[in-house]
Design a protein around this ligand. Structure first.
Ligand SMILES: [Zn+2]
Length: 398
């Protein structure tokens, strides 16, 4: 079932046909989210596994054997990717950083952390954990190859050997690719941690890692163009150029974030990385929010009946439109509940209504005190609503 967990929206009309990420599982409290693009890549893996790899290696094989091979290969390869991300999440937790979600998408996966590491050493540990896990999995699968050769029944020995060999290659490739030293890859973070440790200047370190990341994205895009021209391979070309675009955007986003923090420090004298934590570590997540077009009658019966709180962020498609305050709702007479919609009574969005999830708790506390509603929406770096914040959440950390 498709359910958008980033924002617990009651957006009935849109939910059925918008392609939103859905939750596949919950591992140790971390939601495992899946983009619809991922389903496409699952099919490709299955097709490659069952129709190409094995047939190329050992010639004609039975259809059932090929399909089983494809299915097992696909499941174990994606399990490997999840293990890689869980390794990041596990070490991040040891460093006191919560993981908001692990997301699988067309180009693999990523773990979305609630905050940034406070020290170069913490950054290094979190970044290296993923590739280390992938190398270890590679070692496990090469062990399986050896065991297969020694113990597997003759009839399936060849295909099992191929299966484990491909999983070995897949995991080693995953580790190697991620170790390329450019943001946003793990290798870029390792490099940043090293430069940060040496120069004590995280912004300068991020700039170098960002430049290498952008350089990498141009290389990936060039490879896509090369494939398109010399191999007439538009599929790989489109994939590579899309990947290049994502890599470049993420590298620049990472630098922009650190630049913002550094400017904030210069202006206020407060070092963001020295603070106890960020809003993301204390916010209410997911937020209970309402769509702007919902009728007041629907809101009262459907949402307020279940969620007793004084304020509700108003959002559509993850974007914040405003804030609905019960106090203001009381002014609407009951006979008008049917024809009034949320947008008519909400506070329209402005600066005083939200705070970025990466902002410090100290900053959020000050903002909450001066906010007209005593209630804040929390947004991520892309402006998507991810949580809410009231005095109750801040009391817990005080
Ligand atoms: Zn990684």
């Amino acid at each position: 079932m498709a359910e958008h967990r980033m924002c617990f929206c009651y957006d009935h009309a849109m939910q059925s046909f918008r392609l939103r990420p859905f939750q596949l599982a919950r591992i140790n409290g971390i939601p495992l989210m899946v983009d619809y693009t991922w389903l496409f890549v699952v099919l490709i893996y299955f097709w490659l596994g069952s129709q190409i790899y094995l047939v190329q290696q050992i010639g004609r094989i039975g259809l059932t054997e090929a399909l089983v091979f494809g299915a097992v290969f696909t499941v174990l390869m994606f399990t490997s990717i999840v293990v890689h991300e869980l390794a990041h999440a596990f070490v991040a937790r040891q460093e006191g950083i919560r993981t908001l979600e692990i997301r699988l998408h067309i180009f693999g996966g990523y773990a979305r952390l609630a905050g940034e590491p406070k020290t170069a050493m913490a950054e290094l540990r979190i970044a290296i954990a993923g590739p280390v896990a992938s190398f270890l999995l590679g070692a496990v699968f090469i062990g399986c190859v050896m065991l297969t050769q020694a113990f597997a029944p003759e009839a399936v020995r060849l295909s099992m050997r191929e299966l484990f060999l491909w999983l070995f290659r897949g995991n080693v490739a995953l580790a190697m690719f991620n170790l390329i030293p450019g943001l946003p890859l793990d290798g870029g973070r390792v490099l940043r941690a090293y430069l940060w440790h040496r120069s004590k200047d995280i912004l300068a370190a991020t700039l170098v890692a960002k430049r290498l990341g952008v350089g990498l994205s141009y290389m990936v895009a060039s490879y896509g163009i090369y494939r398109a021209i010399w191999y007439r391979d538009p599929f790989v070309a489109v994939m590579m150029i899309t990947l290049a675009f994502i890599l470049k955007k993420a590298a620049e986003e990472d630098y922009r974030f650190h630049k913002m923090q550094s400017d904030y420090t210069k202006q206020t004298g407060i070092n963001v990385s020295d603070m106890l934590g960020t809003v993301a570590t204390v916010m209410k997540h997911p937020p209970i929010c309402v769509p702007p077009t919902m009728r007041i009658s629907e809101f009262i019966d459907g949402i307020l009946a279940k969620h007793r709180q004084t304020h509700f962020p108003v959002a559509h498609d993850g974007r914040l439109y405003g804030m609905l305050a019960l106090e203001k709702l009381r002014a609407v007479p009951e006979r008008d509940w049917e024809k009034t919609i949320v947008r008519d009574v909400m506070h329209p969005v402005d600066d005083s209504l939200f705070v970025p999830m990466k902002a410090s708790i100290e900053h959020a506390t000050n903002k909450l005190r001066s906010s007209p509603l005593q209630y804040l929406a929390v947004i991520d770096s892309e402006g998507i609503l991810v949580g809410s914040l009231s005095a109750a959440e801040l009391e817990r950390v005080a």
